[in-house]
Ligand binder design. Structure first.
Ligand code: ARG
Ligand code: ZN
Length: 877
């Protein structure tokens, strides 16, 4: 059934306190939940208490410690309804349930992973533990008692502060935890097992000492050092940048190896996919380090944006996620290079969120209806949600944005609120009306801005005609014009920036043009010569932009813009235009042409020593095949896109051989491995240059030598990727794959790289390889990381392999989805979204894709998760 935003109303009963006692057992865990409620004022005295449940076995139900007569309650699959409750007085309900964590393959609620008991309750997992008002606007104070076997579970953890514990004399022991901060059930957590620990402390700005603990499997403690360092930096940064101090005596992180997502911000007890905790030079790439830093920060930042101030209902998910992503982006920008971080964010947004927004799964940042909330943890809610927050900061400016954030923390601490509450704080702080701006939360689809300019030499004016259109999306055919803050520079031929004496036709603050109408003409006066407009500096608005601009004008921006992001953007746009042309040429069997201005621009930027290496490596990394497909938009032929792109890479490689050889030399590092941004940037540039040298070569020796010489995982996995992708069937590749596998066979996270590298080998033959790899003893179909690394990577990131013209890739995926769905619906639904752009394929492939989706839709016993996705994907607009 479908949940609608407009149906929201508060609960009839207020939950005051929760007391939980767990007697842990792999297949028969007993949970006793004591809950104190009272009826809310004005609620009918006959209104029943309705609690949520999911696959529960209830063995006891008491009202104020007395057994409840059967006539007064009804327990169904998903609710427990209790009647005849006191009119005004508080009362206590005690529910006893019996769970089997060992067989909980959905990884929601209480489950076991590598002999550790752990929980995942967001969004609606707590109802798999006990009957409960499982919704984010029910905030209560929890006490948790955990009883478990002392030998197998020496460690007993929950939220808040440790109260005490003792041996029970029968081989068991117990521990009690108390969390003084009222919280919704989705932030509840419990961990019990035998784990190693890394300990540290952090002294907050007001001088309180906080104990920090990161729990990992025994023996892996050294690999948690970087995560601990990132945690301390996050705590400090949140004090400095947002004035937010930590609020408990202890902060814990537990790394587990079976987890449906990245990590979870449970109060005081974050639980992480171990992929985002464990790192050392031998096993982690620079990208892994950066992800760990970002995700540790993200979950920590949730303590204020998510936990202290939470969501009224799940439609408001972006209230905590969009804002917290924005905060972690800002953190990473401060820790590393701001420009390079921004480029990476925009690449990610365009490759993941833009396709979602352009396909059948498009939805507003703040949706108004859902069937399965787990399917709304999307890049739209997270990444576009972050961009919307960033635009508020752009529109208000730094100081007023800060004032609005401070007001938000002050006004809503301890509450469960809405996007409207959030926006109102910025309106109050700035005196600005953000009504039109708020359409960013409500209208789905990526706006398209079309721009054209004309220069009047006599009058020395430059006029820009701007037009915005927002494409129709499911359930939203007509859209209103939005408030688009477009940062703009006008460059003169010598590279300097034109300073207009007057501007008319739009509200402009500093370099931000506020586009608010469907069509708008902006005139800049006092422009001495024809300017070159540089649009959307720093990607100030998440839009598509169509503007006719010559390669020479783009090259001017690439050489002279003060905004470095805009320099990268100019070259990337040039490359994308050329790649679209190359794909068309390849499709009609014409020779692929490569624009000389592009090659010159790329090579000049690559060699420019004033620019940091990480930036230069971003310049050299061409738009992906998926980026090209998105730009083409319809009737896509992935093989032609691939062929065109390969031809361009070869042309650039041939033209730049000397530049690249020099870079490989210059960028090599000596001394011990360091994961800092500077060193990572040098490795990235060196590896980008090495890639071109390998493209320019017909033999695998260079890549094989790089593989042998590598002394860290960044270089090693890059060399293996080059070998496997460019020379898949050579002896060199076969040998390197075998060496890599043997060396890392006992490290599942590294073996995931081995799976992913092979899953992305271009071409139709890869499907058979995937099938073979699935029966490798190192594969494990019930571990989400393994499934994502092999099946997920194949479907999301191997355009030619997955989109085989014969449709076998889609049929393979359909069978995998059904298989996974029987165990883990969330994982199945997530991987199925890899087909979200199926309608933009050429007809033969699109027909095969539709057939595979229909096969899934026809299957019996589909989960709500998968059936929601497949139905939306097949729905005709
Ligand atoms: N709140 C978690 C985060 O930090 C993610 C939880 C995802 N939950 C889900 N049901 N998919 O972003
Ligand atoms: Zn989050």
């Amino acid at each position: 059934q479908i949940v609608h935003l407009e149906d929201y109303r508060p609960t009839d009963f207020v939950l005051e306190r929760v007391d939980l006692t767990f007697e842990l057992d792999p297949t028969e865990t007993k949970v006793e939940a004591r809950m104190i409620f009272h009826r809310r004022e004005g609620v009918s005295p006959s209104a029943p208490l309705v609690l949520d449940g999911d696959e529960l076995k209830m063995t006891g139900l008491l009202l104020d410690q007395e057994e409840l007569p059967a006539a007064l309650y009804e327990a169904t699959d998903d609710t427990l309804t209790i009647r005849g409750l006191p009119e005004t007085a508080p009362f206590e309900i005690t529910v006893t349930t019996v769970l089997s964590p060992e067989t909980n393959t959905k990884l929601m609620g209480l489950y076991r992973t590598s002999d550790v008991y752990c929980t995942q309750c967001e969004a609606e997992g707590f109802r798999r533990i006990t009957y409960f008002p499982d919704r984010p606007d029910v905030l209560a104070v929890y006490t948790v008692n955990i009883i478990a076997d002392k030998a197998t579970a020496p460690l007993l953890l929950s939220n808040g502060n440790y109260l005490g514990g003792a041996d029970m004399g029968d081989g068991r022991h117990f521990a009690s935890w108390f969390d003084p901060h009222p919280k919704p059930s989705y932030l509840f957590a419990l961990v019990a097992g035998d784990l190693g620990v890394v300990e540290d402390t952090f002294t907050t700005v007001s001088g309180r000492e906080v104990a920090l603990r990161i729990y990992v499997e025994h023996g892996k403690e050294p690999r948690a050092a970087y995560a601990m360092d990132a945690l301390k930096r996050s705590m400090k940064w949140d004090e400095e940048a947002f004035g937010r101090e930590y609020d408990l005596d202890i902060f814990m992180i537990v790394a587990v190896s079976d987890f449906n997502m990245g990590a979870m911000e449970n109060k005081g007890l974050n639980i992480f996919n171990d992929k985002y905790v464990l790192a050392d030079p031998e096993t982690a790439t620079d990208a892994d380090y950066a992800n760990i830093e970002a995700i540790i920060a993200h979950e920590y930042f949730h303590n204020w944006t998510g936990n202290r101030i939470t969501c009224r209902d799940w439609f408001q998910l972006c209230l905590k996620e969009g804002l917290t992503v924005y905060r972690d982006h800002e953190f990473s920008a401060d820790m590393r290079s701001r420009t390079v971080k921004r480029i990476a964010e925009v690449r990610h947004l365009k490759s993941e969120q833009f396709p979602e927004d352009a396909g059948p799964l498009a939805h507003p940042v703040r949706p108004t209806k859902y069937r399965e909330i787990n399917n709304f943890y999307t890049t739209t809610v997270y990444e576009k949600g972050s961009e919307v927050t960033r635009m508020i900061a752009t529109i208000l400016g730094r100081d007023l944005f800060k004032k609005g954030m401070d007001l938000y923390f002050e006004r809503h601490d301890g509450q469960a609120v809405t996007i409207e509450d959030f926006v109102a704080c910025f309106e109050a702080a700035s005196g600005r009306d953000l009504t039109q701006f708020s359409l960013w939360y409500h209208q789905a689809g990526t706006p398209l801005v079309t721009a054209s300019g004309s220069y009047d030499a006599d009058k020395q004016t430059y006029t820009l005609s701007l037009e915005q259109t927002i494409p129709p999306t499911p359930g939203q055919s007509a859209k209103k014009p939005m408030h688009i803050p477009l940062r703009l520079g006008l460059l003169l031929q010598d590279g300097s920036e034109a300073i207009p004496t007057a501007i008319s036709g739009a509200d402009v603050t500093a370099d931000v043009v506020h586009l608010t109408e469907r069509k708008q003409t902006v005139t800049f006066s006092g422009i001495p010569s024809r300017p070159v407009p540089s649009f959307n500096r720093d990607f100030s608005a998440p839009i598509n932009l169509h503007v006719e601009q010559s390669a020479e004008d783009r090259a001017l921006i690439a050489r002279h813009e003060v905004d470095l992001f805009a320099r990268w953007q100019a070259l990337n746009t040039m490359a994308l235009d050329n790649l679209v042309k190359a794909a068309a040429e390849a499709r009609s069997a014409q020779p692929v042409t490569c624009d000389g201005a592009l090659v010159d621009g790329l090579l000049a930027a690559a060699a420019e020593e004033e620019l940091e290496p990480a930036f230069r490596s971003q310049v050299l990394s061409l738009p992906s095949e998926a980026d090209i497909a998105r730009e083409i938009g319809s009737d896509n032929d992935p093989d032609a896109i691939h062929a065109g792109r390969q031809a361009m890479l070869a042309a650039i490689a041939a033209a730049g051989r000397d530049t690249f050889a020099l870079l490989v030399d210059k960028m090599s590092l000596s001394g011990p491995f360091r994961p800092d941004a500077e060193s990572a940037g040098r490795r990235a540039l060196r590896n980008a240059a090495l890639s071109y040298l390998v493209y320019a070569d017909d033999r695998p020796e260079k890549a094989a030598n790089a593989f042998r010489a590598a002394n860290n995982m960044t270089d090693l996995s890059h060399a293996l990727t080059l070998l496997a992708h460019r020379f898949p069937d050579t002896d060199e590749t076969v040998e390197a794959l075998a060496v890599f596998k043997k060396r890392f066979a006992d490290n599942a996270l590294v073996i995931d790289k081995w799976f992913a590298i092979q899953a992305t080998i271009p071409g139709a033959a890869t499907l058979d390889r995937i099938r073979t790899l699935m029966s490798d003893p190192l594969f494990n179909a019930s571990n989400p990381n393994r499934v994502r690394a092999l099946v997920g990577t194949f479907a999301f990131a191997n355009a030619t392999g997955f989109n085989r013209a014969d449709g076998e890739g889609y049929r393979f995926l359909a069978h995998q989805i059904l298989d996974i769905d029987a165990r883990n619906p969330q994982l199945a639904a997530r991987i199925l979204t890899s087909m979200r752009s199926w309608r933009s394929l050429e007809k033969v492939r699109a027909d095969h894709a539709r057939g595979a989706l229909e096969e899934i839709a026809r299957a019996s016993n589909l989960s709500a998760d998968v059936s929601d996705i497949v139905d939306r994907m097949l729905k005709d607009e």
